[in-house]
Ligand binder design. Structure first.
Ligand code: PHE
Length: 472
């Protein structure tokens, strides 16, 4: 059978790898835009509350499942349910979900890579034109970039948990922090930057509608890499007796700080470009923001810092997003790799080839769903609207199944694995957790209102996305 389980070499290694997973395109782009459009400081406050009171307990539950069993999600559910057939379902969902989310996330990352290369080759002016994005995503070069990206990610994975995932995180994450802070400092010194900061921070509580709350919740959940089996898998690579509660807190804090800081980059950049802008009219989608809107802004910077300076700024930005996306992709693809190794006894390399082969085909299906192949572009009709294959993957796995997986984790940990066992696991390596307020809160919330909230989000999403009915 397979060799002893791999583990992260240090606590810091685990934290950086988990933060690398959590910090992604969602933090750098989706978060600042959502915050700006949905009440600024009011959104930030609600988001922070969701992270602390709802997401953090779920994160602890996932990590504890992994650390207890030393297994992939399928194995973890099987072992702790005593082999129950029914409880195999969440295990398999925690395998298929990251697999499919990786597919659409790969495609967006391919575009980021393409934009980075175009910027570095002096084509920022072309990127800033309206037609470029449509042409680029429908050109055969995306396939070449897809192959390059798969080689990078699978190359990291092939080196293993310690020498691959952990080392990449230890190199890339500090780089990401430095780049982000450098960009923020630069942009804050520009004209009108403070208008952006103001818009970002001043709270407008009237914007906090039920819809905004549910969006903030979904954003926090996705941003912390919950519901994707990632933290179960990474938990299984934690060193024995490393505190789950305190590690989870550091990861959540890092992720949230990066998201917050990204707002200090995006908003001032936008306001520097156009102080009269009405941010409520910004595009909701991260893709619209990264590929259509921001290039124009970067190019406009040439009035101040010249074409070269503007290109350098844009290149650092795209590189930053690329790094964030790569560390997320590494974590998400590790989930099916771990499952094939644990469940089928495959060696790492064979598992990587198997997953890579299927993923590249599905990623191509997603990549051609923007007009290249009609059948994939108009793949299905949902709630009266045409949806491409790419849209469908996103709707099913990101919008719908993610909260369902979270719900199942809560129910499983509290009612099947049982509170007392879960508690024991959280206390292993963290004696101070026993009897603390956190402990009582985590136990209570995971068995009561957190699953209720996740169930409501799940039901609302199904109604909205598949039947066009909105409850809130
Ligand atoms: N936390 C990531 C983000 O915000 C989400 C993610 C994790 C996506 C892992 C893919 C893989 O973008």
């Amino acid at each position: 059978m397979s060799a002893a389980r791999e583990h992260f070499g240090s606590r810091l290694g685990f934290i950086l790898a988990a933060a690398g997973s959590a910090v992604g395109i969602g933090n750098l782009v989706a978060f600042p835009v959502a915050a700006t459009k949905s009440g600024g400081g009011a959104f930030l406050l609600i988001y922070a509350l969701f992270v602390i009171f709802i997401c953090l307990p779920v994160m602890m539950a996932e990590l504890a499942l992994g650390r207890r069993t030393d297994k992939d999600p399928v194995g973890a559910y099987r072992e702790l349910s005593g082999g129950s057939k029914l409880w195999q379902i969440p295990g398999w969902l925690a395998l298929i979900t990251p697999f499919m989310i990786a597919v659409f996330y790969l495609v967006v990352t391919v575009w980021v890579l393409g934009y980075l290369v175009s910027t570095l080759t002096g084509n920022l002016d072309a990127l800033a034109t309206e037609a470029y994005f449509g042409q680029f995503i429908n050109s055969p070069t995306v396939f070449a970039y897809l192959v390059v990206l798969m080689l990078i990610i699978n190359g990291i994975l092939a080196l293993g948990v310690k020498d691959g995932i952990e080392r990449a995180a230890k190199t890339l994450m500090p780089m990401l922090f430095v780049m982000l802070i450098a960009l923020v400092i630069f942009v804050l010194t520009q004209e009108n930057a403070m208008l952006g900061v103001q818009y970002y921070l001043i709270p407008d509580f009237s914007k906090l509608t039920p819809e905004v709350l549910s969006k903030a919740m979904a954003q926090a959940f996705f941003s912390l890499s919950l519901g994707m089996g990632i933290l179960i898998t990474y938990g299984s690579y934690m060193k024995a007796h490393q505190s789950v509660p305190s590690s989870a807190k550091v990861v959540a804090l890092t992720d949230t700080l990066v998201a917050f800081t990204a707002g200090l980059l995006i908003l001032p950049t936008i306001f520097h470009f156009n102080p009269q802008i009405d941010p409520t009219e910004l595009s909701d989608s991260s893709a619209g923001m990264i590929f259509l809107f921001l290039p124009k802004i970067f190019l406009a910077m040439q009035d101040n810092i010249g074409y070269f300076g503007a290109s350098a700024f844009a290149a650092v930005f795209f590189f930053l997003v690329l790094v964030a996306a790569i560390t997320s992709l590494v974590s998400i693809i590790e989930v099916p790799v771990a499952t094939l190794r644990d469940e089928r006894g495959m060696d790492r390399r064979k598992a990587i080839y198997t997953i890579g082969a299927i993923q590249i085909v599905l990623a191509i299906f997603c990549a051609v769903s923007f007009g290249m192949v009609q059948w994939f572009t108009e793949f299905v009709t949902l709630a009266g609207a045409n949806k491409s294959f790419f849209d469908l993957v996103e709707i099913i796995f990101y919008d719908t199944i993610l909260p369902l997986n979270g719900l199942l984790v809560c129910l499983f940990v509290i009612y099947r694995w049982k509170k007392s066992n879960f508690d024991k696991e959280l206390q292993d390596g963290d004696a101070s957790f026993a009897g603390s307020f956190s402990q009582r809160y985590v136990n209570f919330s995971l068995g009561t209102f957190i699953p209720v909230i996740l169930a409501l989000i799940f039901i609302n999403t199904v109604a909205l996305k598949f039947f066009g009915i909105s409850f809130f």
